[in-house]
Design a protein around this ligand. Structure first.
Ligand code: TXA
Ligand code: MG
Length: 308
């Protein structure tokens, strides 16, 4: 069911859950002060209660009312990346954020999205929690049809078309006097260098993840993905690039070309979902691409998608 902004804001203020487009992926929104709607989000996504939610706010200054202290360079980062695909995990006054939103942690994650629909809704409703609008473990939704596939044709959605970034926000956390990346995302690690004077360390694979979501299975289609590094032969159904040829392939599904990681990011989840839609059970993925910039996130998402 496609909603107008007016209908969506009324539903949210009355304690309902609505799917909302952001520049990264679609979110399942509930008002921060509607505990039943927040319970509904965990239930319909089948999300473990230990995986906290991101609080989306209309503007940076709203965060001051939640925070205990704002870490070094917070305002510099906010000025450069907000509104946009950055999430910052901050120490908070725990009386201001419901326990289930933050999974009982003394911190909470915040983001000011850039998408005009999300932005307008936030102005009308105030802070909204928004996990990605997919069943836990599945690739995130980057089109309204993906949300309908996971939650049914009658699910209330504000249709904002396709999401431009196509990958979730980058999540950072200030720890041991430095910002660290605790989830790779739509902002590449190198993009922080001019603001921070260093590229934040990536802290995502050390068993005891700081970002609880990293411990769960993610982004995975039903199909088995065989990740093929440089030199390996790709055959059968190949997920590859339009500027390459794959003589042994029976079919090539292209992610775009090897010079435009932004396009690859935009289509990645659609293509993973397409495999399920078509009942494809195995695909070979061309992993011969750089390990810098946005490619870092693309590689990590494919590795997670392949990890059964
Ligand atoms: O781009 C995005 O970030 C999208 C759009 C809708 O804004 N949202 C999104 O939400 O990806 P979700 O729930 O799919 O992922 C949020 C991640 C989870 O991995 C969760 O563990 C982490 O944020 N997170 C939330 N609060 C946290 C906290 N206090 N400390 C560490 N990680 C936190
Ligand atoms: Mg998610």
């Amino acid at each position: 069911m496609r909603l107008s902004l007016n209908e969506a804001s009324k539903l949210l203020l009355n304690g309902h859950v609505v799917a909302v487009p952001t520049e990264t992926v679609y979110g399942l929104a509930a008002a921060l002060n509607q505990p039943k709607a927040i319970d509904t989000i965990f239930a319909i996504k089948r999300r473990p209660s230990g995986n906290p939610l991101i609080i989306h706010v209309p503007e940076t200054k709203v965060i001051e009312s939640f925070s205990r202290e704002l870490p070094d360079r917070f305002h510099d980062l906010a000025n450069v990346f907000w509104p946009g695909p950055l999430t910052m995990v901050l120490p908070i006054d725990t009386t201001k954020v419901p326990e289930k939103v933050r999974a009982n942690l003394p911190t909470a994650a915040f983001r000011v999205p850039r998408h005009p629909v999300a932005h307008e809704l936030l102005q009308r409703t105030g802070s909204l929690v928004m996990p990605s609008a997919n069943l836990s473990g599945k690739p995130s939704a980057t089109k309204p049809e993906h949300v309908e596939k996971d939650f049914g044709d009658h699910f209330p959605i504000v249709d904002g078309g396709g999401c431009k970034c196509g990958l979730e926000s980058t999540i950072i956390y200030f720890n041991n006097s430095q910002w660290q990346i605790i989830r790779l995302g739509a902002i590449a690690p190198e993009q922080f260098l001019p603001i921070l004077g260093y590229v934040p360390k990536i802290q995502i694979n050390n068993g005891k993840a700081i970002c609880p979501g990293q411990m769960y299975r993610h982004y995975a289609p039903n199909a088995y993905l065989r990740l093929c590094e440089k030199g390996e032969k790709l055959s059968e159904v190949v997920i590859g690039f339009s500027d390459r040829t794959y003589p042994k392939a029976t079919r090539v599904i292209t992610l775009g070309d090897t010079h435009n990681p932004e396009i690859v990011a935009e289509v990645l989840y659609s293509i993973l979902r397409q495999l399920d839609q078509e009942g494809i059970m195995e695909a070979h993925v061309d992993m011969d691409f750089p390990s810098t910039g946005l490619w870092t996130t693309i590689r990590e998402r494919l590795q997670k998608a392949a990890n059964k």
